[in-house]
Design a protein around this ligand. Sequence first.
Ligand code: ARG
Ligand code: GLU
Length: 653
Amino acid sequence: MKKTVIAFFALLAMIQARADEGMWLPALISQRITDMQAKGFRLGAEDIYSVNQASLKDAVVLFGGGCTGELVSDEGLLFTNHHCGYGYIQKHSSVEHDYLKDGFWAMNRSEELPNPGLSVRFLERMEDVTAQVLKGYEPGMDEEERAALVMENSKALREAAVKDGGGLKASVEALFYGNQYFLFVFREYTDVRLVGAPPSSIGKFGGETDNWMWPRHTGDFSIFRVYAGKDNMPAEYSEENVPYKPKKSLKISLAGVKEGDFTFVYGCPGSTREYVHSAEVDYVANVSDPEKIALRTTRLDIMKKYMSQSQAVRIQYSSKFAGVANAWKKWQGEAKGIRKMNTVAEKQKFEKEFEAWAKGTGYEGITDTLAELYKARNPLYRALEYYNETVRSIEKLQMSSGRPVSLKDYYQPIDEETFTAMMTAFDKGLDDCYKPDYFLKSRERFGSMEQWKDAVFADTLEAKKLSRSLNEFYTENLVPKVSSYNRRINLANRTYMKAQMAFRQDKTFYPDANLTLRVAYGHVSGYSPADGVSYNPVSTLTGIIEKDNPDIFDYNIPQTLRDIYARGGYEDQPVCFLATNHTSGGNSGSPVLNADGNLIGINFDRVWEGTMSDYVFDPDFCRNISIDVRYILFIIKEIGHADYLLDEMAFVR
Ligand code: ARG
Ligand code: GLU
């Protein structure tokens, strides 16, 4: 008896925890609303997404094509991450005004800075268009014919959706590998101005050292304002433009967060692969991630060596270093997490059960088909990935093939050492069948990598010939082959996905992320990363002071912040918090909302032990990291002295 009771509660706990997994389509959120409400949400489905009334979706934007942002005032004020605004802040920076280093605060509207090329997209509506997209489809059509049909039908749908102009943009997106299609109609605003950004010592506090980690103390936010024509419609930048009046802006909660509080993240995750065959996960965790990690370790070590010797080089390479280090660290958590969860074996077990069920149905054998496709594709794909991580990381070869490299940020000794290391790795790591003739002949001719390197860096023609031969070999040979396999894998995945849904009718499936708007809900929660270690879900200013060290670049905070802390009373000032929301790259800048739909934070990261959530979600380890909105207010006031911005926001307790 006792055993059954325990088993029952264990199961219940498991189901409840598991249910924090998922990135749901806002238009279909009514399917989840009972569960959300059971977990504490106090609003309804129409408050999240509605085409008839203003709803939370009207306060969320796709920011600059790869991040999320949210409207926080009726005058177009927008929050996103510092790392999402980084490129724009950088463009406005110069030696005289180093806004990255010192921060930037517009003290009135006329000081706000325009950003050509930056746009934000508001979702007008999303709708299931599967029938229209597949109109004319006949069983037996091959993937090429089907793709052409889908493209043609989608084009017609998109054109019809944007015919009224007014900044309308449309896209048709495949969900569940093309078992379902959704039309997304956006309104795009292109006059978006920079309003405020903290100094990098706050906005990037902890740098690469703390990236993907907890405890975290990064003030990763920046502030923009969306402008519109006098009719509130999208307009090209003009001094005549006025702040955009959103249909909905978020209220800011001052109530704070604590363990167990309901949270939901409303934003645009980029890419996940939750339903793929074990062979793909096996390749990622046991081949791709470890190899790419090792290659990047070498590159990072080279950069680090020169960056630590010279302040000038550190500035030149900090952005490149961050780019290389970001995925490098994420992959480490991903590979480790997949192994720890035993995902490959779990999936193999599932595939067996699935095939037993599928016997005699049209789905029989689909997992074998996939296994064979991966087996044939993987060596080619591995070569392509290897090439990308080695040869294409050499800036000299990039320049020679005409790709722009900023000479302002170029330091040749780093590139030379990278050349030697990466060309050697490329040569050792791949069979000769993956190398063009010119490469093989040059290897012979120069005898050693050192001599080869000297020749390439001394002679532009030599560099050109080498990069061209490699480029051609890979783009003309390998890329089409890999693409062809990927198309077939996608086709097989369409069948497998449909079959999984038929096999597991008890389960509610959410489509893999594809940068479309999603809702992920969960709760504020710490975690235990290892035996004997337990993390609180909130961090405070005290932790910043503990990490503060003028000698370590990543931890050198502005003197003002030290002074404020010394005044006393700020020990418990909240900074960041952890929750169980299922997020991914692209969710950066996403609003984190409480049970009443009010803003409590901005999402900006995950913990590295949970980054396998792009393949498999573990409720024990998968945590998203957000900046507490009260820290943003604190920085605006105490560091930016831009209190006037608070006047246009609406606060709730
Ligand atoms: N890890 C976060 C993301 O994947 C933040 C990256 C930017 N910050 C950094 N320190 N590199 O985008
Ligand atoms: N920093 C990521 C981004 O830029 C979010 C972190 C993640 O991958 O979850 O989107």
